[in-house]
Ligand binder design. Structure first.
Ligand SMILES: [Zn+2]
Length: 453
């Protein structure tokens, strides 16, 4: 048994009451949070602790939860800089269809390193490009997460609707329906760990209404429910997707996805920018989750998701960076502020507070991934996933509210990222890998992929 104590920090617990401790302590015992309290830690706890972290100048929050990404896109940053979604996809499919497990592993390492260094302890990924002969891509993503020590929600995604059948992706980028289903089941059997303190979960994730057949959506939903895992896809991202669904299926993206079984508390969808009031009510009533990706939506000019209305209706909403090809930042800490600003541009000053945005980035994401009992808040019994932000530097010293340092200010330096009770980022640097080495691997892999074009 080992104990670590954070003593005398500003603690934003994000518990049900939104408890904040201006000076508080957190006791970590092995992988879990043992105690949280106001004031200084009791001396009997300090005595015998493996480590006591002085909390002065620190803001402690739950580790941030990323609910949508495409880690492999770390290798295709800076392409198609001024395109909307469909044109951007068409210009990137040729590069993406030349990836393999080795390249994806390097890209995932880079993307997850940046997430970890921006306060993210749980990484949700959506991988849907599986070239023939590309090797064990899901396995390479799992390996990268284990190298860095972050919690992973991988997905086995898919595309089976090529251009010759009326889909958006070129035929060379898609699989057959049967192959996608078989590989999805295999990935769940091989890598999904359903236990309480699981470091790797796997969901099933056909890509989008314009790249997947109705059969694959329907059968993926049945398969996931049979295996007891979650379902993820993109939904209602752009007006062009809306037009595609109306023309091809005679209904909106949400009506279409519902018609193939994709509404429920085991489903989360990325974006949901273009939801009607009726759609929001159905998401809320069913517990269908949303991965809100404000920077990616801005980069591709997709619009601003109705986060205020979704939260007021009770829709589970988490935060996502989305793939780095549409959000070259790849940082999750900065998305907290982006979410506040985007919501206010759309719906006014009371659309989203800084604290609401922190809740979306933590408990919201935990709920979207089905982990609300395990992560997302700083409470006894939960897993010890914590971000310790330094708020006494020149950017934040003297700020009236430490939570505003994160939600409205520059992203604070990360003093620590603790995952499962272990420090994986210390003073801004990875503890289990060398960031210079990761950068060199990413550069080499990006160049190798570009050369294949
Ligand atoms: Zn996406």
């Amino acid at each position: 048994m080992t104990r670590t104590v954070i003593d005398g920090a500003y603690v934003a617990t994000v518990d049900g009451e939104g408890t904040e401790l201006a000076s508080g302590y957190v006791v970590i015992r092995d992988a879990r949070i043992e105690a949280v309290g106001a004031g200084r830690a009791p001396s009997e706890v300090i005595d015998g602790a493996r480590e006591v972290i002085p909390g002065e100048g620190l803001l402690v929050t739950p580790g941030l939860v990323n609910t949508h990404h495409h880690l492999y896109q770390w290798l295709t940053r800076g392409y198609a800089q001024d395109s909307i979604l469909f044109d951007w996809l068409v210009s990137l499919y040729p590069a993406w269809s030349r990836i393999d497990a080795d390249l994806v592993g390097d890209g995932a390492l880079g993307a997850m390193a940046v997430l970890a260094r921006s306060g993210c302890s749980t990484v949700g990924d959506h991988h849907y490009v599986f070239p023939q002969g590309g090797g064990d891509i899901v396995g390479s993503i799992v390996d990268a997460a284990q190298t860095l020590g972050v919690r992973l929600h991988a997905t086995r995604g898919s595309m089976d609707l090529g251009a010759s059948d009326g889909g958006l992706p070129p035929d060379f980028a898609v699989e057959t329906t049967a192959a996608a289903l078989e590989a999805s089941a295999a990935a769940v059997h091989r890598y999904d760990d359903p236990s309480f303190d699981s470091m790797v979960r796997v969901a099933i994730a056909p890509c989008s209404p314009f790249s997947v057949t109705a059969d694959l959506l329907r059968e993926s939903a049945a398969l996931a429910r049979d295996l007891g895992v979650r379902l993820h896809t993109h939904g209602a991202e752009t007006v062009e997707e809306e037009a595609f669904c109306r023309e091809r299926f005679g209904m909106s993206p949400t009506d279409y996805l519902e018609s193939v079984g994709w509404i429920g508390d085991d489903v989360w969808m990325a974006h949901c920018v273009h939801l009607s009031a009726g759609d929001i009510a159905r998401f809320a009533a069913s517990g269908t989750g949303v991965a809100h990706c404000p920077s990616s939506n801005a980069r591709l000019a997709a619009g601003i998701a109705p986060v205020r209305d979704m939260l007021r209706a009770g829709v589970p909403v988490g935060l996502g960076v989305d793939g780095a090809a549409s959000n070259e930042s790849g940082q999750l800490g900065t998305e907290v502020r982006a979410a506040v600003l985007a919501a206010r541009l759309r719906d006014g000053a009371d659309a989203l507070s800084g604290r609401d945005a922190l809740r979306v980035a933590t408990m919201g994401g935990a709920r979207v991934l089905g982990r609300q009992d395990e992560i997302g808040s700083v409470e006894p019994g939960k897993l010890a996933d914590l971000a310790l932000w330094r708020v006494d530097g020149v950017e934040h010293a003297g700020i009236a509210d430490p939570v505003a340092a994160l939600a409205l200010g520059a992203m604070p330096p990360l003093a620590r990222l603790i995952v499962q009770g272990e420090t994986v980022v210390d003073d801004g640097e990875l503890t289990r890998a060398d960031s210079g080495d990761v950068a060199r691997r990413v550069a080499r892999a990006s160049a190798a992929l570009a050369e294949r074009l």
